[in-house]
Each structure stands twice: as structure tokens, then as C-alpha cells.
Design a binder for this molecule. Sequence first.
Ligand SMILES: [Zn+2]
Length: 407
Amino acid sequence: MTTDKLTETIHRYVKELCVNITDRSPGAPGNRQATDFFDKTISSFGFKTACPDFDCIDWEHGSVNLKAGKDMFEAYVSPYTLGYSGTATLAAASTVEELTQSEIGGKILLIHGQIASQQLMPKNFPFYNPDEHKKIISLLEEKAPAAIICATGKDPELVGAMYPFPLIEDGDFDIPSVYMKDVHGECLLAHAGTEITLDFMSKRIESKGCNVIATKGPQDARKLIFCAHIDSRKYTPGALDNAAGVATLLALAELLADYKGPLGLEIIAFNGEDYYAASGQIQYLAANQATLKDIKLVINIDDAGYHDGKTAYSLYQCPETMAQLICNTLGNREELIEGQPWYQGDHMIFVQQQIPALAVTSEQMGEALANITHTPKDTIDLVNCGKLAELACGLKDMVSELTKSVK
Ligand SMILES: [Zn+2]
């Protein structure tokens, strides 16, 4: 296939995933449409597919009505929270110590200052969860405020330049919460000790999602895994993050349609990278624990194809000869360079299990992460499908070389 034709094909995939389909967040109808599309398309290239289901929730919400004395405050519903409607005394805490000492049962709690400076990890998130976060969550559950108002600034660890950011984003945490700007929180603090009114609708809708796992070649041999997360953050088109990565996987699958090599191939559309519970990733690890050792290399594509800059790859725990071979094949191409390591994507769940990994993203990912990712600005016009076509061709070459090196 010519590069022009491949570029066109990739553009069609990206368009299907982030324009024709809206909202690929797990549990939403668009998420199921996206996994169906991936399944159908990759099957047409002779891959066998499995789509194991998992439980997840979709989320619906209204606007927030927050009133203290004569003042109305602007606030936003925390993603995946339960709703609340009531009048109660306002209490406040800005440190773990204040939280430990305060009487907040049945009150509306304003969390502000130091304790609200960093997004709290979801309580059941297994890959990374600092003790400080667990402590705050368990104190809140033990003391049982009626509802929580989080006054936040910007969290430099969070992508998309969100201000304010949701301190709590957790469908397993059952105390209703909203969030507001830190400067408005300071004004609200003046009402501590008085009765305030908080009212908002927020609903969890039980649903299902699935990974799509496509395989070709011998499945008892050591295998190569290519993955990209197919879910998007709620209410965002998720073009760079990560329709682009998924489209690249589909293009690669077509290039590998006639693959007959000695290594097993597994191409996975992961479902849950941008979802609080990382459901697809957790399900995959649990189901494949026994065969993780057979994985020769995991290649994860996330936020690739940004119009500005080149495509950057980084290596993790690759043996020297494999690293050489990867750098020789990918590095051969004009559009591909070795870039900075990054430690947030789905490759890390494999790196944590001592499996060699290769991550592919955009050289200018920092720029995208700071301004675009996880916002409605992540649209198709930012994606350069020619760069993705070049990447798919580079990865196909890499498969050929890796296959040759297997005796
Ligand atoms: Zn992503």
C-alpha cells in the first residue's frame, strides 16, 4: 500500500473514532461503538478477536446550585460522584490534621489549601496510590460529611491545564462532591459555621465495556503486544488521546495481514486509561498473569501524530540487542526520533512487571498535555495522519526485524 493511501485510511479511522463517534468514555454508547468498530475492522485483516466484558459506569449530571447567605457560588460536579440536595452547616479543613480534629459528620465540608493541592487517586486504583491520599479518603469516609466542596487551583501533575480541577474523580467513593476555584473557596470560607445550600444532580449508570484483543500467529510462542487505549476522557473528542493511536494500530494490522512469522502478535485496544478505575487494564493483567512472562516486547502508542514536531519513541528494560534493532529500524525514518521517557501510559503496567516496553508518542507531547489533552480542544485537526502512516510502516519494519532475530 502507498503511504498516501495509508494516510487516507488512517484519516478515515481517526474521523470515525472522534467525529462520527462521540464520547468514547467507558460505559457510554460511543465507547461500545468504538470497540465494535475496532473489532470489525481488525477482524477483516485476518486477526482473531476476543472482547472480554467488564462492569463500568457511565455518568450523567446537571449544574450546581450553591448558596451561602445571599451569595451564589460557581461550582462543578465531580466526575462520577453521587448527587446531593440539602442544607447543612459549612465546615472546613485545609490539612490532614484539621481534618482529623474537626467535627464534620452530616455537615457540608469545604476542603481547601494544602490538602486540596493534588488530585486524590481513586480509592481502588491499584497501580499508584500514595499513603497521604489513602489517609485523606479514609478520614473522609470515617467522618462522613453530608457532601464535600473542593476548592482547587491547578495541579501541575494533571494534564489539560484544568482550573479548577476535580480533586475527587472516583465512582467508588460515595460522598457527593463538587469542586470550585480556590479564589471562590476563600470567599465561601467566610461562611464557615453557617448553614449553606448545595443542590446538584449526578447519576451513575451501570454499564459494560470491553477490551478488544486481536491475535495472529502462534499463541504459544513469545509474543509482541501492540496496544493503544481506545477510551477517551468524558466529554472530549480524544483525537490525539487516543483515536490517533488506535487508528495506527488498525493501519499496522492491515500491513501485517499476511504475517506468518514465528512470534505471536497481539494487538490490543485497551479500555480505561482515562477512566478512574482503569477497568480494561486491570482485567487484562488479571486474566493474563500466567503468560505475562511470554511477552517479548510491549509497544504502546498514546498521543502520537501531533501536527507539531516528530514522533518520539522511548525504550524501557529492553535487552541491548533488541534496543539496537529497534533504534536501527525506527530511527531510520525521517519522522521518528528517540525521545524522553514518560511514565504515565499503559506501557507502565507492563514495565512494572519487568516486561520490555517501547512507548510511542509525540515529540511535543508536553505542549499538547499542558494545553489540549483531556479538553474539548483535542480535535482531529491536530492530528497529522501522514506521521501516523510513517509510524505504522516503521513498526511493521520493526516486526520483520524482530521476527528475523528469533531463531
Ligand atoms: Zn492517552
